[in-house]
Design a protein around this ligand. Sequence first.
Ligand code: NAD
Length: 363
Amino acid sequence: METVRLGLIGLGGMANVHVEQLLKLEGAVFTAICDSDVRKHAEWGERLGLGASARHSDPEALIRDPNVDAVLSITPNRVHAEIIRLCLVHGKPLMTEKPFTRTFAEAAELLELARSREIPCMVGFSYRYTPSFRMARDMIRGGRIGEVRHVFIQYLQQWGGPLFETPMNWRMDPAVTGTGTLGDLGSHMVDAARFLIGEPIRVSSLMSSLIKERKDPVSGNPVPVDIDDFAAFVAELEPGVPAVFQTSRNAFGAQNQFEISVYGDTGSLHMGWEDGEHLTWVHPNEERSEVREKIAVPERYKLKQMQDFLDLARGKVREETPGMRDGYLNQRVLEAIARSARERRSVAPEEIGAGWPVKEAGR
Ligand SMILES: NC(=O)c1ccc[n+]([C@@H]2O[C@H](COP(=O)([O-])OP(=O)(O)OC[C@H]3O[C@@H](n4cnc5c(N)ncnc54)[C@H](O)[C@@H]3O)[C@@H](O)[C@H]2O)c1
């Protein structure tokens, strides 16, 4: 199996998750790391067996490194667009984290560049790798619940709630993050809707900043916060399927509660990340009585996200792999949701900007 030499940018929380998975896969080897916080270099360098010359603080130095075949970008949202741009310019395949960019304007600039270069790009919509979500997609497409009539999606976490006294961090600073829970968790919900059903063509939303003040992590002084830590929206998904969404960082009792229900004419499907290896299929028997089946998801729906990335770096791109097109269109929907909340009216993503050019694959 062809070895892929990887460069890792951003040595924070999510890097741990991806690296742990990659180190278990055949043919993945790290050849460079990068973080703007140089205090992280020694720990990560030792962990991955990389000396001083492979430790960078400037992303471009890593991206240009001839010993790097593909790039993993796991940085705060403000940095995403520039790293994607550099990878396109220097011809390096990459995986970039969600949300695709901080704003739609950044995504639109990347679209222009991507049109002239075909560089494989994967976006970190990790929940496409939840086995039950993948199986549900097949069941919906195979007509197992008949015509889809409506959808419910929620993604709840609790860490932002007052009891946890979470200090101010970049996820609450609009200049770094863009939107709050909408971009963070809502981007996953939008991706799930697109993955399972279709493109949102109109949205109507409500976003709330529930906690107005947090402690500065250094001084301990209170600082004002103005970012959405709750967002709810309804959307019409192509082809005319209504969907209801809610996301929160203040949902006491919710660790990582990402749940989806899809209702069709002849059945419904219910799934969640916390028990991602099972799917509940409710359907009628011959007497039209309800049958509730809890299905263990078969092996063929289990694909590691990082295996998909390694395969993409080797030139094999699956139809389900979330690519640049998905990132761009997702960002357009997020912007429509934010505008809808601001202007208190429904917004079509088309109003935000052009769609992805049809003929271009956009990986
Ligand atoms: N796919 C998922 O399910 C998932 C889950 C968690 C986080 N994420 C995404 O991953 C990204 C990172 O999140 P995290 O929790 O790891 O954050 P983090 O704050 O723990 O880590 C980010 C790291 O990037 C470094 N960094 C900041 N600016 C940089 C720059 N200009 N150049 C190089 N390094 C820089 C920071 O010093 C830090 O070490 C975010 O975009 C987040 O939305 C995705």
